[in-house]
Design a protein around this ligand. Structure first.
Ligand code: GLA
Length: 378
C-alpha cells in the first residue's frame, strides 16, 4: 500500500478506490497570451499533487489534505456550488461542481507542488481531482474537456480569471518535452526539451515575493487585451500583427497599444523559440527568453523588483536567458544556465537578494515531466 493509501485508510477508515496525480508547471515562453488565444510553451515539473479517492453510497463529500493536518471538511454534494465559502478546498470542490459529480466521495489530497511559488499548485490540485473523478465515475471526458472544466472551476467557482495554460499542461504534458499549446483550440505538439545533453540546466528561482496587486493586476491586463480586440474588431490578439496594430494605433489608448504589443510580439517569440529548439540553438532560445522578460517588465508591467533582481543576477552570472514566469507580481523566474554554473548562479542570486534585503529565494530544478495520470486503481 502506498503512503497516501495508508493515510487515507487511517483518516477515512477504508482503502481508496484509486489514486491520481497531476503536476505543477513552469512556462518556458509565452506569458500572458493564453487568454488571448496565443501559443504557449510550458512544461510539467516533477513535483505533483496526489489525490486518493473513494466513492460513497450517499451524497456526502469529505475532503482532507495531508498538508492541512488531515482535517476533514464535510459537505453535501448538492451544496457544492459557486458562493459556498471555504479555503483551499474550493479548488477541489470547484472541480466536482464543474464536472457535475452527482455522488458522494471521500478525497485525500497530498500536494508536493511548492505553494505560492507561481508553479501552479492550484492547477495541480484541480487536475489531480479531475483525473480522479473522471476515472472514479467513468465520466469519459478527454483531456481538452478536462482542461476547460478545471479552468471553469477556477474562473467561476474560485473566482480567479486565469487562462487555460496551467490546467492544460498539467493534464497534457509528457516526459522530456515542453508542450506547444495552441490556446485557440487546445491542439498540442510535444517539443523535445533536452537541456541536459547540451550541458545546460533550467534553474527555477522562487522569489518568495507575493505582491497584493496580483489579482486585480491580472484581470486588468486581461481586460486591456479584450478592449483592444473589441475596438479593432478582432476576436483576440491572435488575429493581430504588428503592422495591423501600428496602423490602428489611433483607435486605442496608449496603454492598450503597449499591452497589445506584448501579446503580439510574445506569440511570435514562442514560435521562434520552437524553431530554435528544433535546431538545438539554445543561444537564440536564451535571447528570446530575455526579450520575453523585457516585454513583460516594460510593456505588460507585471514584473516586480524581486523578479527583476533574480533575472539580472542570473544574467550577470552568465545565464543564456532569464525571465519571470506565470502571472507575475512575484512568484518564480527561470534561468537557462550552463549546468556547471548552477552553484555559482544560485550564489549570485542569493547575494543580490541579500543586498536588497529581500526574503531569501528558493531554488528548484526540474526536467520536463509527465502530466496527470492514474497511479493505481483497486
Ligand atoms: C497565470 C494564469 C495562466 C496564464 C499565466 C500568464 O499562471 O493562471 O492562465 O495567464 O498566469 O501567462
Amino acid at each position: 500500500m502506498s503512503s497516501i493509501e495508508g493515510k487515507f485508510l487511517q483518516i477515512f477508515g477504508a482503502e481508496p478506490d484509486l489514486v491520481a496525480a497531476a503536476p505543477g508547471r513552469v512556462n518556458l515562453i509565452g506569458e500572458h497570451i493564453d487568454y488571448s488565444e496565443g501559443f504557449v510553451l510550458p512544461f510539467a515539473i516533477k513535483d505533483r499533487t496526489l489525490v486518493a479517492a473513494r466513492k460513497r453510497d450517499d451524497s456526502t463529500v469529505r475532503i482532507a489534505s495531508v498538508q492541512r493536518r488531515n482535517k476533514i471538511i464535510t459537505v453535501d454534494i448538492a451544496d457544492v456550488k459557486p458562493g459556498l465559502k471555504g479555503e483551499w478546498e474550493r479548488y477541489a470542490l470547484g472541480v466536482l461542481w464543474s464536472m457535475d459529480v452527482k455522488g458522494g466521495v471521500d478525497l485525500l489530497i497530498d500536494g508536493h507542488v511548492p505553494l505560492g511559488a507561481g508553479l501552479s499548485s492550484s492547477a495541480a490540485l484541480e487536475c489531480s481531482v479531475a483525473t480522479a473523478m473522471n476515472h472514479l465515475f467513468d465520466m469519459g471526458f478527454n483531456l481538452e474537456e478536462l482542461a476547460r472544466l478545471t479552468q471553469k472551476a477556477e474562473n467561476q467557482y474560485v473566482g480567479v480569471p486565469c487562462g487555460i495554460m496551467d490546467q492544460s499542461v498539467s493534464l497534457m504534458a509528457t516526459t522530456g518535452s515542453a508542450l506547444l499549446l495552441d490556446c485557440r483550440d487546445l491542439s498540442t505538439r510535444n517539443i523535445p526539451f533536452d537541456v541536459a545533453s547540451h550541458g545546460l540546466e533550467l534553474l527555477i528561482i522562487d522569489t518568495q515575493a507575493h505582491h497584493a496587486l496580483t489579482d486585480g493586476g491580472y484581470a486588468e491586463r486581461r481586460a486591456s487585451c479584450e478592449s483592444v480586440a473589441s475596438k479593432l474588431s478582432v476576436k483576440s490578439m491572435r488575429e493581430l500583427t504588428m503592422t495591423k496594430l501600428d496602423s490602428s494605433r489611433g483607435l486605442i489608448t496608449e496603454t492598450e497599444y503597449i499591452r497589445a504589443r506584448h501579446a503580439v510580439t510574445e506569440m511570435k517569440r514562442v514560435l521562434d523559440c520552437v524553431e530554435a529548439l528544433s535546431s538545438g540553438d539554445f543561444a537564440t532560445v536564451g535571447q528570446l527568453i530575455n526579450a520575453s522578460h523585457i516585454s513583460l517588465r516594460d510593456d505588460y508591467t507585471v514584473s516586480c523588483p524581486e523578479l527583476d533582481t533574480a533575472v539580472e543576477a542570473s544574467l550577470l552570472a552568465g545565464a543564456l536567458g532569464s525571465r519571470m514566469v506565470g502571472g507575475g507580481f512575484g512568484g518564480s523566474a527561470i534561468a537557462l544556465i550552463q549546468a556547471s554554473k548552477t552553484t555559482e548562479t544560485i550564489h549570485a542570486v542569493e547575494k543580490a537578494f541579500a543586498e536588497k534585503k529581500f526574503k531569501a529565494p528558493r531554488f528548484f530544478t526540474s526536467l520536463p515531466s509527465q502530466g496527470a495520470e492514474l497511479l493505481s486503481r483497486r
